[in-house]
Design a protein around this ligand. Structure first.
Ligand SMILES: [Zn+2]
Length: 391
């Protein structure tokens, strides 16, 4: 059994940050009336300027020029005055500023509220009213940080004899790649679930949380499934990127979902090593899902007639299509698409799983702006339908 002591130890290890790596506040963001700070996990803002009285310009920059334009931002805004104030904030980014719409949350609260905004070419503008000396968080999506994942994985352990939290290895900055490993002796079949290769893709992260929550719940059909299936759940493949509020890359400056062919990163190497060992030991990967976000709900699949580069035929080529069709029927009010495609040199995870293990893998993309209740409905339908098809 994973004792409380070992959970605590694991959390301490995971949360430990290299000294030089403490989150920093951005340049020029402290004013007499207001302070903008980012000294928390996932905090991100490049620099600030005061415009007119009570009006501020906040600039967003990626970790590397010319990457996928997904301007992530997360900062605290604090009213330094002795009276209530309204601040006008304009965010600037070279490209893609409209991808993430502003949301606010009180400190210590878990609720996020959309902020009305206007936008134009390269800018997005909104107002924040704060009582005297009050502070709140503003971000492009809900903040789900590394601490949250560790606590969440630990909370899913219902059958300590079969499930445990493990670390697959460490990221390039030394953060653990935490995973829930669920093993049974009655079967060699595995379901592999990963998420957060791209840090700001939070709607995909939310879908994974709902999927995992139901998968490790007490519902009879899932606990029956757990008796017959091995599961590896790695919700946060890029803890460095999540910590730094990166737009896309790992701390090594690499797009992880282009690295699965060559495996230059410690993160891809760690999971690939685990999966290779698992199959060498007689395990069989039946299905893998990689959760992401984009501007629409879409399942990227492998074509039915695809021939994996290993030469081993793709197992159950039709299963994924039946699965997606059933999900679409179960949640017919939500628009879902699917798009088969094979890109053997792309280095994406789904391709790696198919080429190396002859198993079907899906990139499960959730719309950035999807209604949060719909994300849950689709994730739960996806799990229910998948269980029926994997049995
Ligand atoms: Zn992505």
């Amino acid at each position: 059994m994973l004792s409380l002591a070992s959970v605590a130890l694991f959390s301490q290890l995971t949360l430990q940050q290299p000294q030089e790596d403490k989150p920093r506040n951005p340049d020029g963001c402290s004013f007499s009336q207001v302070e903008f700070t980012t000294d928390f996990a996932a905090g991100r803002l490049h620099h600030c300027e005061q415009d007119k009285d009570g009006e501020f310009k906040l600039y967003l920059k990626p970790e590397k020029e010319d990457i996928n334009p997904s301007p992530w931002y997360a900062f605290a805004v604090e009213n330094m005055a002795d009276e209530s104030k309204t601040f006008t904030i304009t965010l600037f980014a070279n490209k893609g500023i409209s991808r993430y719409k502003p949301k606010r949350s009180s400190i210590g609260e878990d609720m996020w509220h959309p902020i009305p905004f206007s936008e134009g070419d390269g800018w997005l503008k909104f107002e924040v009213t704060l009582p005297a000396k009050e502070k709140e968080i503003i971000a492009g999506q809900e903040i789900i940080d590394n601490v949250h994942y560790i606590e969440w994985l630990s909370s899913l352990i219902k059958e300590p004899e079969r499930s445990k939290v493990i670390s697959l290895g460490v990221s390039s900055e030394g953060r653990n790649l935490a995973a829930l490993e669920h093993t049974v002796t009655s079967s060699n079949k595995w379901l592999i679930l990963i998420g957060r290769q791209h840090p700001p893709e939070v709607t995909g992260a939310i879908a994974l949380l709902h999927f995992g929550e139901l998968l490790f719940s007490d519902e009879k059909y899932v606990s029956d499934f757990r008796k017959q299936y091995n599961i590896l759940l790695v919700p946060n493949m890029n803890p460095d990127g999540v910590y730094h509020g990166n737009w896309r890359l790992t701390a090594a400056g690499v797009d992880m979902n282009r690295d699965w062919k060559n495996q230059t990163l410690p993160e891809t190497q760690a999971l690939a090593k685990y999966l290779t060992k698992l199959t060498n030991d007689g395990g069989r990967i039946e299905f893998a899902i990689d959760f992401h976000s984009t501007h629409r709900n879409v399942f990227y699949t492998i074509p039915k007639d695809y021939e994996p580069s290993s030469g081993v035929p793709l197992r159950n080529p039709q299963r994924v299509y039946n699965w997606i069709e059933e999900i679409a029927e179960m949640v017919d009010s939500v628009e879902l698409e699917y798009q088969p495609g094979a890109h053997p040199d792309s280095g994406v995870f789904k391709q790696f799983i198919t080429d190396k293990f002859a198993a079907h893998a899906v990139t499960y993309e959730v719309s950035d702006s999807e209604d949060r209740d719909n994300i849950k409905r689709v994730a739960e339908a996806a799990l229910i339908s998948l269980i029926n098809r994997l049995n």
